[in-house]
Design a protein. Sequence first.
Length: 217
Amino acid sequence: MITAFVEHYLVDEGRSYFPIWIAHVKELLESNKDAISFNQVFGVNVQNKLSEQNRTIIEVKFRCLESLTNWVATEEHAEILDLLSAYVIKHRETNIYDFPLIQKSPEINNDAYLTFEAPEKFGSGLVSQNAVMRTMSEPVPIGIGKLKLASHSSAPLDTHLVKEAWMVAGGKGKVTVNGVKEFTIEAGDIVVFDENESHILTNHTNETMSLFSVWWD
């Protein structure tokens, strides 16, 4: 399965028309055996971008990349986009994922999901994965990530405009806050950082540290 997030940038009138446009496209795709779903989504932070009032996002799922690109090349797709042309502020942007994206939880309604992006490496030993979260009703008010810090390494100094909490899942390390306060954290511990509070994590042990991070305004 292939999943694409397509970001459209529309004037107010276009954003009001958008749900009608989506319903029309969904009706057209009913006859396409390779189309799985076509929906507007909320609370998705595509490529960690800043929020924009004029951005609307659709989630498109097809059985494979070839079937998606074949549909995009059709006259039908061109006509669909033409319906939005009068409302466009700037060109749409598309991000395509070719790995299983949705991991549903029985404790969350069926229109929500949480999954993790591809790992990113910071410094010599820190590996970070941010969560992609979506609900069909409201934007997600928090960010979630998971971290792994290799043995005998340090994470880069971090400072940001949001509050953050770390929950240690495994291993042991030292936290330095604002360059002054130092303390040890280990599996089971939770530490909270205020906005603009600098922090750095060091792992002097022979074991990789595993943590979960949650941040909010």
